[in-house]
Write a protein that binds this ligand. Structure first.
Ligand SMILES: [Zn+2]
Length: 62
């Protein structure tokens, strides 16, 4: 399969402008509850802390 029409130089550059995000180191923040690194906006894998008032209890096997 071939593209119907060649993309303009501007269109190609606009697509490639987002690819730098793919090879960036993974961003992590420190859990305010136990201090271990975790992904932002995600539950801590160590203690299950999400935000003040919300805590997720982790079950074995996940
Ligand atoms: Zn934690």
């Amino acid at each position: 399969m071939l593209p119907v029409q060649r993309k303009s130089r501007s269109q190609s550059k606009m697509r490639r402008s987002h690819q730098w995000r793919a090879n960036r180191p993974v961003v992590s923040v420190r859990c305010p509850n136990c201090g271990s690194p975790k992904l932002p906006h995600a539950a801590c894998s160590g203690c299950g802390y999400v935000r003040p008032g919300l805590k997720i209890t982790l079950t074995k096997g996940q």
